[in-house]
Ligand binder design. Sequence first.
Ligand SMILES: Cc1cc2nc3c(=O)[nH]c(=O)nc-3n(C[C@H](O)[C@H](O)[C@H](O)COP(=O)(O)OP(=O)(O)OC[C@H]3O[C@@H](n4cnc5c(N)ncnc54)[C@H](O)[C@@H]3O)c2cc1C
Ligand SMILES: *[C@@H]1O[C@H](CO)[C@@H](O)[C@H](O)[C@H]1NC(C)=O
Ligand SMILES: *[C@@H]1O[C@H](CO)[C@@H](O)[C@H](O)[C@H]1NC(C)=O
Ligand SMILES: *[C@@H]1O[C@H](CO)[C@@H](O)[C@H](O)[C@H]1NC(C)=O
Ligand SMILES: *[C@@H]1O[C@H](CO)[C@@H](O)[C@H](O)[C@H]1NC(C)=O
Length: 544
Amino acid sequence: MAAGMGISYQLPIVSYISFLALFFSFCTISPTSSTSLKDDFIKCLHRNTNIDFPLEQTFFAPAKNVSMFNEVLESTAQNLRFLTKSMPKPGFIFNPIDESHVQASIICSKKLDIHLRVRSGGHDYEGLSYVSEIEKPFILIDLSKLREINVNIKDNSAWVQAGATVGELYYRIAEKSKVHGFPAGLCSSLGIGGHITGGAYGSMMRKYGLGGDNVLDAKIVDANGKILNRTSMGEDMFWAIRGGGGASFGIILAWKIKLVPVPKTVTVFTITRTLEQDVGNKILSKWQVVADNLVEELFIRVIFNVAKNNGSKTVTTSYDALFLGDKGTLVKVMKKSFPELGLTKKDCVEMSWIESVVYISGFSSQTPTNFLLQGKSPFPKINFKAKSDFVKKPIPETGLIGMFKKFLKEDSAMMIWNPYGGMMAKISESQIPFPHRKGVIYKIQYLTVWPNSEKKPNRHINWIRDMYSYMMPYVSSNPRQAYVNYRDLDIGMNKRNAKTSFKQAQVWGAKYFKDNFSRLVRIKSKVDPDNFFRHEQSIPPLHV
Ligand SMILES: Cc1cc2nc3c(=O)[nH]c(=O)nc-3n(C[C@H](O)[C@H](O)[C@H](O)COP(=O)(O)OP(=O)(O)OC[C@H]3O[C@@H](n4cnc5c(N)ncnc54)[C@H](O)[C@@H]3O)c2cc1C
Ligand SMILES: *[C@@H]1O[C@H](CO)[C@@H](O)[C@H](O)[C@H]1NC(C)=O
Ligand SMILES: *[C@@H]1O[C@H](CO)[C@@H](O)[C@H](O)[C@H]1NC(C)=O
Ligand SMILES: *[C@@H]1O[C@H](CO)[C@@H](O)[C@H](O)[C@H]1NC(C)=O
Ligand SMILES: *[C@@H]1O[C@H](CO)[C@@H](O)[C@H](O)[C@H]1NC(C)=O
């Protein structure tokens, strides 16, 4: 026993010394700070690409120029919650200007064993594209300089690089044709790269389905740094990337999308009613019954806000619509299906499809359409937390009364109800990983926002969690479904800054993808078994 202890006492000394030796030699050749990490990365990139990258315009590190670094980091980041001082920052940011730079970035991150995050438009609800709270150090590959768009009207298609915004895409389509469009997101600053990976819905979803339903091909860099297209990646991987969530299978370089027909003239309207103006929730209750049954050309979403009405609080309910047709037809449709709203021709504005994009995006009506080319968000940057639900039977009056009571407890509360039906109900749950199809009447998004000056941000988070638990009896169950593009680290996880177990992943996996989750896991295990592409809620391979 004693001898044994002697031996085991000596061994650590030997290994301690060799450890020290190893440690020092390791130190001299290996990254110890983000500066040398960056230099090693740059050296490695040079070995793996023939296309030059001017460092001044492509590399941003805090040690070099912290204000420039922050500017680039914050440029497209939409949620201020993840830009606070205490949030971990990337060691450096690299903006590839050639596709080979993305390939080289993957090869070099692997070689240097640095965790990588990828960003296209920066709208991730939990900041996952620019903050890692689970791995240190990490670097940011920002695709904002890869934003070429090639529209081919003859072929009814377009190739769009990941860093382009949907606003730019819509503009480039409209520039070539007044009768073509694309059915993706409403907010013009969304990055097409990340957006389509989660499905991508917009105001033409009832007519044409999701952006993800209208993808023809893709160019993606896989975990080995290889560029693949639909043929070379195979139908499994091509299925997974159109709705299985961002940054799980590879880095999308570009999407080839299918254009859809739009009429020369479309019509929009916004009609707002306060609680007092909708006694007994007559209008809202009727909307719940008709929203998914209206003609497919008509999309009426409902936006709820807290407002002051003569000194007392109320909720404003705005019916915000796009109709793919003229106002005469629209008024007839509304008279027949939804007379309770009282729509008249005076409420309707006819315009081109691209003008409706600007309108629905939330810009003021004077905004010229070429504003879409600036990639700017129509919304001021703010701290926010959001959640989503899917509703399969109308919420009864008693439920609505309680809902509004809760809603009024939060000054900055917002809700958006988004109608389904139409094409959404015709596409099967297995077509792409996005499973929220037939039977869904509408989707709810809950939202709360607060400024940086807020002393108690947690009260907002607590409010939205409380709201979410109140709504449980009225929304989908087993699983309670959620939209992956409204990423929510509350679901299926104990805390946001811990790695998830496979068991936990199955919980959020079922909510975002229903049974499609298991196919996503099988595909992940095949195309990225070492889990190179990972974040707090990425699809896990089987053995992890
Ligand atoms: C103001 C606002 C409005 C929104 N409106 C809509 C809407 O109308 N319809 C809708 O469907 N959604 C909407 N969303 C949600 C939006 O679709 C998602 O946040 C989407 O992921 C954004 O894509 P992004 O490229 O802008 O974001 P990013 O933050 O850049 O990326 C999101 C996720 O995808 C990953 N990713 C980014 N680029 C790539 C790539 N090239 N290849 C692989 N993975 C990548 C990121 O790592 C991250 O995990 C909205 C979000 C915001 C903040
Ligand atoms: C650092 O970057 C800022 C832009 O954010 C620029 O104005 C400034 O001149 C830069 N400083 C140096 C020393 O390069
Ligand atoms: C896909 O890639 C393969 C192999 O690189 C190539 O032969 C083929 O032409 C590409 N297909 C398309 C449609 O671009
Ligand atoms: C506010 O109160 C005034 C006076 O009581 C009333 O005339 C007005 O209609 C009220 N406004 C709204 C929006 O209810
Ligand atoms: C996709 O999910 C749906 C809904 O849960 C399920 O019915 C279907 O079998 C899944 N498809 C695949 C290919 O896993």
